[in-house]
Design a protein around this ligand. Structure first.
Ligand SMILES: Cc1cc2nc3c(=O)[nH]c(=O)nc-3n(C[C@H](O)[C@H](O)[C@H](O)COP(=O)(O)O)c2cc1C
Length: 245
């Protein structure tokens, strides 16, 4: 296993950071890595907003489930799916914006944004920095958009904290490959045979050093998905100009 892959397999989200700044060179490297990923048809449909204003950081943090570590991390970026540049280009050529508003363009912009973020995450961990995605910004996605002055056809998809790790959780065991990887066609039986994995995840949660609990992977997913989550995201997307069709 080469050092890059070894680092990737050791990934854990970090929620406890040292009171230590990351350097400007490190930040530049993170941003360059984020900008260097693949991008659908070279559209580069994302923007990254660093939050340096402490009042704004606190307001954003209070929207999330992760307020203490969002406030404490040295650096906090918000990743924005962004078709506004394309909108300006089309408008300048008297074109309508219909092609930017459909579901296909929405997927393109969210995928581009996610590739950029994960490229940053891998770069951060290669420098022994820790990261945590902050999707709970979408607890109040409309307010986040207001706070960041986001124009139409943009979406604050998630934040990412970056800092020097103080403590780290144990690595969470991933699905066994036979539950997630197949050849030539989807294997329903294999992919939903979760009993062994539930036991592995149960043991992980029972034995971990902090926040030990009596649960497993299926139970966690049941708790997450037994109710509709953040239904207001759809109306926000419509307000931002997307048709969802
Ligand atoms: C899109 C996305 C959003 C996430 N949002 C949050 C969040 O708001 N707060 C948090 O503490 N962790 C968040 N996480 C981290 C996940 O909880 C974490 O990746 C998952 O539990 C697996 O643990 P690991 O990253 O330590 O392996 C998020 C992860 C992703 C990919």
């Amino acid at each position: 296993m080469n050092p890059t892959i070894k680092k990737m397999t050791e990934h854990v989200s970090v929620r406890d950071f040292k009171d230590q700044a990351i350097t400007n060179e490190q930040k530049q490297a993170l941003l360059m890595a984020a900008q260097s990923g693949s991008t659908s048809e070279f559209v580069q449909a994302f923007s990254i907003i660093e939050i340096t204003d402490s009042k704004l950081r606190n307001e954003l943090a209070d929207i999330t489930i992760s307020s203490p570590h969002v406030k404490k991390a040295d650096t906090f970026y918000v990743f924005v799916a962004d078709l506004n540049r394309q909108a300006q280009i089309l408008k300048a050529h008297d074109q309508n914006l219909d092609s930017l508003k459909n579901m296909e363009s929405l997927i393109v912009s969210i995928v581009d944004t996610t590739i950029a973020a994960q490229s940053m995450a891998v770069a951060a961990e290669s420098m022994d920095l820790g990261i945590c995605y902050i999707g709970s910004l979408r607890n109040n996605i409309k307010r986040v958009a207001e706070l960041l002055n986001l124009p139409k056809l943009t979406i604050p998809v998630f934040g990412m904290t970056v800092g020097v790790p103080k403590t780290k959780n144990q690595h969470k065991p991933r699905l066994p490959q036979n539950c997630q990887v197949a050849t030539n066609s989807y294997n329903n039986h294999q992919f939903t045979d979760l009993a062994n994995y539930d036991q592995v995840v149960h043991d992980y949660y029972a034995n971990r050093k902090t926040n030990a609990s009596d649960t497993n992977w299926s139970e966690k997913n049941l708790a997450i998905f037994k109710q509709i989550r953040r239904p207001e995201v759809a109306s926000f997307l419509k307000e931002q100009g997307f048709t969802l069709a």
